[in-house]
Design a protein around this ligand. Sequence first.
Ligand SMILES: *[C@@H]1O[C@H](CO)[C@@H](O)[C@H](O)[C@H]1NC(C)=O
Ligand SMILES: *[C@@H]1O[C@H](CO)[C@@H](O)[C@H](O)[C@H]1NC(C)=O
Ligand SMILES: *[C@@H]1O[C@H](CO)[C@@H](O)[C@H](O)[C@H]1NC(C)=O
Ligand SMILES: *[C@@H]1O[C@H](CO)[C@@H](O)[C@H](O)[C@H]1NC(C)=O
Ligand SMILES: *[C@@H]1O[C@H](CO)[C@@H](O)[C@H](O)[C@H]1NC(C)=O
Ligand SMILES: *[C@@H]1O[C@H](CO)[C@@H](O)[C@H](O)[C@H]1NC(C)=O
Ligand SMILES: *[C@@H]1O[C@H](CO)[C@@H](O)[C@H](O)[C@H]1NC(C)=O
Length: 368
Amino acid sequence: MATPLTIQNPVLLTVCVVLFSVTTIATTRDPNIPIGPVFIFGDSTVDVGTNNYIKNCTAKVNHPYYGIDYPQSKATGRFSNGLNSADTIVALLGGYEQSPPPFLALLRDSSNFTGKLLDGVNFASGGAALVKGVGKDFLGDVISLEEQIQQFATVRGNITALLGESKGQLLLQGSMYIFSIGSNDIMNYIFSHPTTPEIFIANITAIYGIHLKNLYNLGARKFGLISVPSLGCCPIARLFSPGGTCAKEPNDLASAFFTPFESLLKNLSSTLEGFKYSLGNSYNMTMNIINNPSGFKDVAKACCGNNTIQGISDCKEGGFLCPHRDDHLFWDAFHPSEAASKLAAHALVFSEDPDFVTPINFGTLRST
Ligand SMILES: *[C@@H]1O[C@H](CO)[C@@H](O)[C@H](O)[C@H]1NC(C)=O
Ligand SMILES: *[C@@H]1O[C@H](CO)[C@@H](O)[C@H](O)[C@H]1NC(C)=O
Ligand SMILES: *[C@@H]1O[C@H](CO)[C@@H](O)[C@H](O)[C@H]1NC(C)=O
Ligand SMILES: *[C@@H]1O[C@H](CO)[C@@H](O)[C@H](O)[C@H]1NC(C)=O
Ligand SMILES: *[C@@H]1O[C@H](CO)[C@@H](O)[C@H](O)[C@H]1NC(C)=O
Ligand SMILES: *[C@@H]1O[C@H](CO)[C@@H](O)[C@H](O)[C@H]1NC(C)=O
Ligand SMILES: *[C@@H]1O[C@H](CO)[C@@H](O)[C@H](O)[C@H]1NC(C)=O
C-alpha cells in the first residue's frame, strides 16, 4: 500500500496525545476508513509546478532565483525560494517529505500513473481563482478551480477502476483535501470593481460553496481550507500605499471574506453528512507575524526582485536577491518565503488557537 496510507508521523501522534486524550481519537476514528492520501487545490501559494506544463501561461517561475533553496537549487515552478505551504503542511501531517506531484506531471509521465495517484495529487495552478477566467487577460491559461475539480473527477475514476468502487470510495473518504485560493479573485475585483464589496464577497463565498459541494459529491469528506491572507501587506500592494504601509482595500476584503467563509463551512458541515473541516485563518497568521516579527528582520519587502511594480517578473537571475532568505517574510512581490511557509504550516497543523485555525487544526482533522 502507498506510504501515506500507512505511515503516521510520530511528531503528530505525540502532539495529539498531549493535547487530547487518546480515547477521543480512538472513538471518533472509523477503523474501516484508511488514512488516504492528500489532494491539493488552489493557486500559486500551493502550486508545485503545474504551470510549467501549460503552454500559453505567463505565470511561470521555473527559472532562478526561484528554487534557490530547494534541493539542488532546482526551480521547480514553486513560487518560493524553496518549499511552499503545500510541502510544509503535508510534511507536518506525516507520510510525506513534500507535496505530491502536479496532476499534469503525472499525466505526462504515464508510467504507473494510477499507482502514483494513490500517493496523492496536487492540482493547484498559479493564478487560479474561484471564478473561472479571472486573470486570463494577463496570465494566459491557468487551471481554474473548476478544472482542477474536473481533473480530480478523472483521478477518482482511475482510483476506483483500480481498487473497486467501495474500496476506492473509502480511500477517498479518508483522504484530505487542502484548499488555498481566493486571493486572485480579490485582486481582480480591485482592478475592476464590477459591484459592491458586499455582493462580491457573497458571490465568491457562494461559488466556493459550489466547488466544495462538487468535491463532496465526488467522495471528499475532510477539507483543510486556508483563507485569504492579508494581501494588502504584500510588497507589491505596499508599493501603491503611502509610506509603504499595508494597503487598506485588499486587506479589508481579505478580512471581510473570513466570516462568511466560516459560516459557509458551518452550513456545509451541518447539511452534508460526514463533511468535516479545518479552517486556517491566514489573515490573522500573517498579521501576527507582521506585528510580532520575532525571527524575521524584514516583513515588508521582497527578498527577490527590486520591489518595483514588475512584481514576480523582476525576481530573476542577475536581479536583486537578499543575502538571508530566512529573515524575510516575503520571497517575491506576492509570495511568502520558505521560512514563512514553515511557520504557517506549523500553526495550521498544530495550533490550538482559534484565531489561527478553527474548529480543529489540520493535524486533528487528518487523524479523525
Ligand atoms: C505503482 O505505484 C504503487 C503505489 O505507489 C506502488 O505500490 C507500486 O509498486 C508501483 N508499481 C510499479 C510497477 O512501479
Ligand atoms: C494566449 O493568451 C493570451 C492572453 O490571454 C491570448 O490573448 C492569446 O489568444 C492566447 N493564445 C492562445 C494560442 O491561446
Ligand atoms: C483515467 O481516467 C480517464 C477518464 O476516465 C481515462 O481516459 C484514462 O484512460 C484513465 N487512465 C488510466 C491509466 O486508467
Ligand atoms: C456571481 O457573479 C456572477 C457575475 O458577476 C454571476 O454570473 C454569478 O451567477 C454569480 N454567482 C453566484 C453563485 O452568486
Ligand atoms: C448559512 O446558513 C444560514 C442559515 O440558513 C444562512 O442565514 C447563511 O446565509 C448561510 N451562510 C452562508 C455563507 O451560506
Ligand atoms: C534590479 O537590481 C539589480 C541588482 O541590485 C540591478 O542590477 C538591476 O539593474 C535592477 N533592475 C531594475 C529593473 O531596476
Ligand atoms: C482573527 O480573525 C477573526 C475573524 O476575522 C477576528 O475576529 C479576530 O479578531 C482575529 N484575531 C486576531 C488576533 O487578529
